[in-house]
Ligand binder design. Sequence first.
Ligand code: SF4
Length: 170
Amino acid sequence: MSEELIRSFETRLAVSDCHPGADWYILFVKLHEDISEALPYLNSALEQPTDYRHSERILLWNSGKKKYAFRADEIAIAPASDNDEARELSGSIIKTVNNIWKRKDEITPSFEGRKPLPNVLDIYKLLPGSNCKKCGFPTCMAFAAVLRSDFMKSSLCPQLSEHDFKKVAV
Ligand code: SF4
């Protein structure tokens, strides 16, 4: 018998109820196994940011331009453009979940939800204040306000230390 946590699944693409005219879909990966026990391990091991709600057994994760929602028997991913991308995304996320589950003895599970958003001034203090616009924003303060809720943009400022930013924001 296979040792994989997820051994089989089905996929379906659906139009988003919130964006009915959009040219992309939500990919639903229906799992034939229950992964709720794995969610705290995923919360710990997946690259941040994640947001875990233990009482509801739901884990949210942003990775690049994709958003993931893990539930006991389903993983929803958006946006997905077509069946080819659906195959690629589903195969990749199943592999990731199975790999993390295999390593669970080395991982401390996390039952924590997302930390409150950091203070804009705390982020601003990490920026040089030169308003050079290289990040695409008119001022360091404007960039700090954006970073508060979109950590992924941190690399846009060449002078922001990832190490310092993670201490404040993740
Ligand atoms: S690139 Fe950095 S220093 Fe320049 S404006 Fe943006 S945040 Fe400020």
